[in-house]
Ligand binder design. Sequence first.
Ligand code: F6P
Length: 323
Amino acid sequence: MKNIAILCSGGDVSGMNAALKRFVEYSIAKGLKPYFVHNGYEGLIDNTITEAGYEDVAGIIVNGGTKIRSSRSKRFMEERYRRQAIENLGQHDIGYLVVLGGDGSFKGMQKMGEESSGIGFCGIPATIDNDIAGTEYCLGVDTALNVIKYAIDSIRDTASSFSRAFVIEAMGRECGYLTLVSALTSGAEMCLIPEIPYDLNDYKIRFQKEIEEGREYFIALVSEALENTEQIAQWFEEEIGIESRVMVLGHMQRGGNPTVHDRLMAFHFVTQAIDGLLEGKESTVICYSEGGFEHKHIEEVAFKKYKMKEDLLKLGMEFGSHQ
Ligand code: F6P
């Protein structure tokens, strides 16, 4: 019997617990002995590796976050700690490792793969940022979008009771995906993301006309990457002449009860990962596109820059221009 382990690395996402459940159940079904690595790569170094069973995953599918915790490990960037991690995996006779995380986590996995032999690695894209090259979907994105949708819908209730502009900052690191999709699906008036250049004068002309025609309040979505949320709120006050409020959604975007889509995607990603490892596919990341799931080599994913899809960008361009 071969032993297989899983760990969560980087920002947690809703859906990781569903992945852990599937991991334990599917590993056992495939004749593998499942192990949890607690605290991400830190746990791999510190040897917090435990055998996992059905009892460990009972009832966790409804929870956001990750039962086995996560970390952003600086130590793992150093070879001596990676060597320690490989030794620890060997101690537990672990022949396969599944890593849930973003491209930084996959780079770590790639390094470990180069330095070890006899261990098969597979990555599952999991980040609310949806910023991993080669995959159109990362675990956790749908839940994050739904959390943001709920927040904006609530803000709209109060915004519409006053004459105010609400400037809402969404996460995503350097990527505007969450901001753009949220702006589109919540009916926002403004959307500022790093991928699309904008001109505040165009917005000004449009907003002044809309106020004349009866608009009383504004919802503006701004990506955290631009670092100008406060300035935009000030701009509404000074240039548009409307009272403004800022709302930084922050880490609440990472939590919450996982949506059906994320639970199902977690099941698919894990199934693909385990099947792939058993077929001898190693050092790959499971990528998803409309065509289905595909195993891509880590280098094709972790070392390439994510590009937003053209059709989405096109919708985003319309914010600054017409309307
Ligand atoms: O990568 C996920 C993410 O939530 C980003 O959107 C955000 O910029 C970052 O992590 C926040 O990191 P931390 O949890 O370390 O504050």
